[in-house]
Write a protein that binds this ligand. Sequence first.
Ligand SMILES: Cc1cc2nc3c(=O)[nH]c(=O)nc-3n(C[C@H](O)[C@H](O)[C@H](O)COP(=O)(O)OP(=O)(O)OC[C@H]3O[C@@H](n4cnc5c(N)ncnc54)[C@H](O)[C@@H]3O)c2cc1C
Length: 271
Amino acid sequence: MDQMYDVIVIGGGAAATAAVLTLQNRGKSVAVISNHVNTSSLYKAEKITNYPGLPAMTGAEMSELFRKQIEESSAVTISGRALSVMPMGDSFGVAVGSEYYMSRAIILAAGITREKLYPGEAEYLGRGVSYCATCDGMLYRGKTVAVVGAGEEAKEDADFLEGIGCTVLRFPQNGKYEVKGGLKADTLVFAGEEHKVNCVFIIKDTVSVTKLVPGLEYSQGGIAVDRQMATNVPGVFAAGDCTGKPYQLAKAAGEGNVAALSACDYIAKLN
Ligand SMILES: Cc1cc2nc3c(=O)[nH]c(=O)nc-3n(C[C@H](O)[C@H](O)[C@H](O)COP(=O)(O)OP(=O)(O)OC[C@H]3O[C@@H](n4cnc5c(N)ncnc54)[C@H](O)[C@@H]3O)c2cc1C
């Protein structure tokens, strides 16, 4: 069996960093699953002037500080996109590509995803729409597939699919898309033009938190949490922009700290 971590933290911004540092101080074993730093909201900020203890700096500079702090912590860092969190009684399984990680508690610190789903995306997920070439690519060996996405992961996945013998149609992330078909998806419509494909691999930088954990409740545009940052799913805590407004760094860091302490209390009660 894979290693069982005390806590898996999903994200790499202010909320995740604060959670990781607090969990480290509490002696917990932690894995942090995070996309590249340049995918966070913070990275795009021109100048941050309201974060305590730090001079004014660009969002990119601050993102780099967070990345370094996580890297230098005792946490195991896993680069990639968490695709799903599966509750399994007293533990959780988290899928990242074709890899699988286990923990006793989860902290969601994934920021906000502004992208909407394409029409047909949710309907055909698992039936001709996939978020993971490594997981599902072999099913489409020798067939024509579409890869939608602009990031490094999308490029790698398209190359991988070509490498296993797929004919790959590559599409940018931004644009007007629709997935159509019958029982299975068979057509990708892009900018009004229809492309016949056997599978559409949608490789966005992030996965909307609404799709990460089954049964997670939402309220006022964010994950519903109590003052301990506990969600409605026992063992799942959330912090930062993903819990809703205000979208501010100091709020994200504070919530990350509270979520970490609450995760420690939760784990203590399991033992
Ligand atoms: C242009 C701009 C200017 C801003 N200026 C300020 C300011 O001056 N002061 C201020 O306080 N706030 C400012 N903010 C807001 C601030 O950036 C956010 O509130 C803060 O970054 C939220 O931190 P977070 O940790 O919740 O999320 P984020 O910083 O968004 O970090 C979340 C991370 O999780 C990763 N992630 C998401 N899904 C997954 C997944 N499935 N698997 C793995 N990783 C995943 C994301 O890629 C991202 O790296 C600004 C925001 C913007 C966009």
